[in-house]
Design a protein around this ligand. Structure first.
Ligand code: IMP
Length: 406
């Protein structure tokens, strides 16, 4: 058996959570391989909204186990809030339903302070200020605190002290208030309590599991925000490509199969960085309002623009996608035109007046179909499904639903 990867093909916020949720229904594990509390995956079920940040999107099915891989970073304060919101929504994540790799790094107050210090200066890139970049920095610098360190009391205080001493120099250099050892230590103590039942120590838990149990690998952010292959320096600090699914998890490489890339029928971006098709005008404002394009994590208004098919093709190639899902087709319904940049030229298409051809809802409207066919031909990978609304049920498979575990 091989297992699918779900990832974003743009700048995050493509609606991946909903696709992972739909695959989760048929699977036993959802495994996250990158990012931290900067992510925001919105799930709508029966009109109720749940936003997850660090917890994988298998959360809503009680039969699904969720795994946070070593390639992720974890903010204990944010996770505590998230777990309590999940509980309020009626799901519960005991130790057997949420496993956290002991090698994942913790985001502590000093990382958040460093992010704020950097963003407050002249070299701001518009991060989520969740401390993500600094957490990956201290990981690379080999002085970060890992989840497994929480339960090694002999050296933990020294490690936290060293981290604070080393990195407070950067904060002091900007005449800002240091992040005290005490404030970091109190989050460490919270993490000890919160994470104890969830820590996974088995170094190869999926080696055998992947032979018989259906799994889904879930990416955060999007290909164009990848640290190495994205629009550097306007990128996140982790790797978002499909190739990182095996690097950021203890998942056997030979068991990875379908790569499902998710993109919107238009585009959004939060934070700074190039955006060739941006609509910095009333058209962009209208689509932003219709699409609810405000950050799930920060509430910031997202920049809105037309689909850049050239970037989509690049993202699909970088992640070797086998399938594409386009989301939010309903948001453009009724626009006078829809545009897409391809081969460097902004092309115009008649927009669809309705999603479906007729009330039977067995076929998409001809205008939407011809737009999808154009994108598909330009990118060279099948568009297998279309998001038609916010709810879990609002989805259309174009043709037979693929078997992603084939
Ligand atoms: P960071 O990941 O907080 O360091 O932010 C780096 C860049 O990635 C900024 O432009 C953020 O807005 C963007 N970013 C990070 N996570 C997400 C996400 O989940 N959705 C959309 N943009 C994101």
């Amino acid at each position: 058996m091989k297992h699918p990867i779900v990832l974003g093909l743009q700048y995050g916020d493509e609606g991946k959570g909903k696709i992972t949720d739909s695959l989760a229904k048929q699977s036993e594990w959802v495994i996250r391989f990158n990012g931290g509390s900067n992510a925001g995956h919105t799930l709508w079920v029966n009109g109720k909204k749940l936003v997850t940040h660090s917890v994988p999107s298998g959360v809503l099915y009680s039969h699904v186990k969720n795994y946070i891989g070593a390639g992720c970073v974890l903010d204990p304060v944010s996770l505590k809030k998230e777990l309590s919101e999940i509980k309020q929504s009626g799901s519960s994540l005991g130790g057997d339903r949420l496993r956290i790799d002991f090698r994942a790094h913790l985001t502590l107050p000093i990382h958040i302070a460093l992010d704020a210090a950097r963003e407050g200066g002249s070299k701001s890139i518009g991060t989520t200020r969740k401390g993500i970049g600094p957490t990956y920095t201290t990981k690379m610098d080999r002085c970060g605190i890992r989840v497994g360190d929480l339960f090694d009391n002999d050296s933990l205080k020294d490690k936290v002290q060293f981290l604070c001493n080393t990195y407070n120099t950067l904060i002091r250099a900007q005449d800002l208030a240091e992040s005290s050892f005490e404030s970091n230590w109190s989050v460490v103590e919270l993490a000890q309590e919160l994470l104890r039942e969830h820590v996974a120590y088995d170094p190869t838990p999926f080696y055998d599991v992947a032979k018989t149990h259906k799994c889904v690998l879930e990416g955060a952010q999007g290909v164009l925000l990848d640290l190495d292959h994205g629009t550097y320096p306007y990128v996140t600090s982790s790797n978002t490509l499909a190739s990182h699914a095996a690097a950021g998890t203890p998942f056997p490489l030979s068991r990875l199969g379908a790569v499902i890339g998710v993109a919107k029928v238009y585009m959004t971006r939060v934070g700074s960085g190039p955006f060739e098709t941006e609509l910095a005008n009333e058209d962009g404002e209208r689509i932003r309002a219709k699409g609810g394009e405000f950050g799930a994590t920060t509430g910031r208004p997202r920049r809105v623009g037309w689909l850049n098919v050239d970037e989509l093709r690049l993202a699909v190639r970088l992640s070797d996608c086998s399938h594409i899902v386009l989301t939010k087709a309903d948001i453009l319904t009724g626009e006078s035109v829809v545009k897409a940049l391809s081969q460097g030229v902004l092309k115009e298409f008649p927009c669809w007046k309705a999603i479906y051809k007729d009330d039977a809802k067995t076929a998409l409207s001809p205008e939407l179909e011809s737009y999808l066919s154009f994108v598909e031909a330009e990118v060279g990978v099948p568009i297998v499904g279309v998001g038609t609304g916010a709810d879990r049920a609002d989805f259309f498979w174009r043709g037979k639903t693929p078997d992603f575990w084939g």
